[in-house]
Write a protein that binds this ligand. Structure first.
Ligand code: URA
Length: 230
């Protein structure tokens, strides 16, 4: 064991290490690798795919919340003592990149009660193969909020970059966006980071690369299909 819960007694494949300070790869614990193994497997049916993806999403949300600013607060406890801790400061919202990103909304709601959620629909233009914005609906005051951008697969980076451009046009600064993502490719991470050097990314795994159809490999296939229809 490398540490008390990092798998080294098996041949399990671990993430490519994060190449950048602002890209956090979740700790490669036995638990996380077991969850990822489930969702990668072709044998895993939709019900289990949802269940295990949701567990990873929860880990991503919890890790992302650590980036929010806090202020000191002292509370009275039931023993007649006080405890000095912290409380979150500032408003947040989620923005999902449709449709796969919508799968991550509940995980955010589970941690942040009545959180506002916006949506962005981006699709690749068949002719130019550029990511094109089709629809967006965002909270009015989004520029004053910390934004959790939700998209489970970071392949080439095209749609995530387009989504951030939409947020920036609405006045959200890069420093206030936290991109939560299950699996990314090294190419996508580099493209994203070269475009937005300040923006924080939390991912559970950086895979080996992309295939000729721009699917992440070894990957898990089409996340939206597996979560919603397969
Ligand atoms: N989107 C997916 O769902 N899977 C990939 O591998 C890449 C993009």
């Amino acid at each position: 064991m490398d540490s008390d819960d990092t798998p080294s007694n098996t041949n399990s494949e671990l993430s490519v290490p994060s190449p950048y300070d602002n890209v956090l790869v979740l700790r490669q614990t036995n638990q996380l690798i077991a969850l990822l193994t489930k969702i990668r497997s072709k044998e895993t049916k939709r019900g289990d795919f949802i269940f295990y993806s949701d567990r990873i999403i929860r880990l991503l949300v919890e890790a992302g919340l650590n980036y929010l600013p806090v202020t000191e607060v002292t509370v009275d406890t039931y023993t007649g003592n006080t405890y000095t801790g912290v409380q979150f400061e500032g408003k947040i919202c989620g923005v999902s990149v449709m449709r796969a990103g919508e799968s991550m909304e509940q995980g955010l709601r589970d941690c942040c009660r009545s959180v506002r959620i916006g949506k962005i629909l981006i699709q690749r233009d068949e002719e130019t193969s550029e990511a094109k914005l089709y629809y967006s609906k965002l909270p009015e005051d989004i520029a004053d909020r910390w934004v959790f951008l939700l998209d489970p697969m970071l392949a080439t980076g095209g749609s995530a970059i387009k989504a951030v451009e939409v947020l920036k046009k609405r006045g959200v600064s890069e420093e206030r966006i936290i991109f939560l993502n299950l699996i990314s490719s090294p190419e996508g991470i580099k493209h994203f980071r070269d475009t937005f050097p300040q923006l924080r990314v939390v991912t559970s795994f950086i895979d080996k690369g992309l295939n000729d159809k721009n699917f992440i490999v070894p990957g898990l296939g089409d996340f939206g299909d597996r979560y919603y229809t397969d």
